[in-house]
Design a protein around this ligand. Structure first.
Ligand SMILES: [Zn+2]
Ligand SMILES: [Zn+2]
Length: 341
């Protein structure tokens, strides 16, 4: 089959013929890729930023946001059959460790991550296991949801966590209405009656946020925290969902948080500098968010099938991967770039 492989870091990846993946264990599932999302992480992998962390041996196939159709199953697979449309949870997990048994597959002690530390989905076929395939509603086309497997899943994981504790009448501030943020806004609107205040630098992003269900939108111009105070009778918001995590967003977010509020860290890059007396005297909480679980992805697919969460895609044939990567690096992709084998 054809695949896009990293041969050397800091070199363009190459389009090569590689052997088709084979079923070797009873729970293996081979998926014919219908769409593979092109992610900023892929650019970082090519730059070598993940070299030490992943420890992957080169050459290997990148692509960690995958959806398609089941092509072949191991003898013990009962949850999907050949031809079923599926989206793939990004991790291949063991099902036996303590974290997996708690439904917390993201922290599996024996996981692999196709596209990061083993062969991924910039290819015609990908091998995963029965534990990682989420069947898709027939109304959903794999290429249109593939990118929800990572960026969308991260946004869902954080927002669903917040929505579980937010009550009618509560206020939530969303910082950043870009790639992850605009999915988070849709999820928050679908899951919670909370009054939603969205902050972004871009008026276009805020216009989209309003369309997607934001109650208030504020341009980040330095006055946004004051305006959040005005909208919350001086108290601040019960939840701050920070999809930016750098460049002043954290300071803004902190100034928007009310006593006993929850600060959800999703974007990253900056630092938290909080006097501990502030934390104990106001009982504020800081909550980290990684990618979501299998169940998070299943729930996100329910919202997608209901038309409550959607994602704009810009599609490229697999052979044009170089254009997709270049467009992403140049900021020329609207929504998410998707490779179609
Ligand atoms: Zn990604
Ligand atoms: Zn496990």
């Amino acid at each position: 089959m054809k695949a896009v492989q990293v041969i050397e870091y800091d070199e363009p990846p190459v389009f090569v013929d590689v052997p088709d993946p084979q079923i070797t264990r009873p729970l293996d599932v081979i998926v014919k890729i219908g769409g593979a999302g092109v992610c900023r992480t892929d650019l970082h992998i090519l730059e070598g930023q993940w070299k030490e962390r992943s420890g992957v041996a080169l050459p290997y196939t990148i692509g960690h946001e995958n959806a398609g159709w089941v092509a072949e199953v191991g003898q013990a697979v009962t949850n999907v059959k050949v031809g079923d449309p599926v989206i793939l949870h990004p991790l291949v997990t063991c099902g036996l460790c303590r974290a997996c048994r708690a439904g917390d597959d993201v922290h599996c002690m024996n996981s692999t991550f196709p596209g990061i530390d083993t062969d991924g989905g910039y290819a015609e076929y990908l091998k995963t296991t029965a534990r990682s395939v989420v069947p898709l509603d027939p109304s959903l086309e794999p290429a249109s949801v593939a990118a929800l497997a990572d960026a969308g899943l991260t946004a869902y994981h954080a927002v669903a966590k917040a929505a579980r504790v937010l009550r009618p009448g509560d206020k939530a501030v969303v910082i950043g209405a870009g790639g992850l943020g605009h999915i988070g806004i849709q999820v928050l609107r679908a899951l919670s009656p909370v009054e939603m205040i969205v902050i972004d630098r871009s008026p276009e992003a805020l216009a989209l946020a309003k369309e997607l269900g934001a109650d208030h939108t504020l341009v980040a111009d330095g006055s946004e925290a004051d305006r959040v105070r005005d909208l919350t009778a001086g108290h601040g918001a019960e939840a701050v969902l920070d999809f930016v995590g750098e460049g002043g967003a954290v300071e803004t977010g902190m100034a928007c948080l009310r006593r006993n509020g929850n600060y959800y860290v999703i974007g990253y890059g900056g630092h938290l500098h909080v006097p501990t007396i502030e934390v104990i005297s106001t009982e504020i909480n800081f909550i980290g968010n990684l990618v979501g679980s299998y169940n998070d992805l299943s729930e996100l697919m329910v919202l997608a099938a209901q038309g409550k969460v959607s994602l704009h895609t810009q599609r490229y044939p697999l052979a044009s991967f170089q254009d997709a990567l270049a467009d992403l690096a140049a900021g020329a992709v609207r929504g998410r770039a998707i490779l179609i084998p």
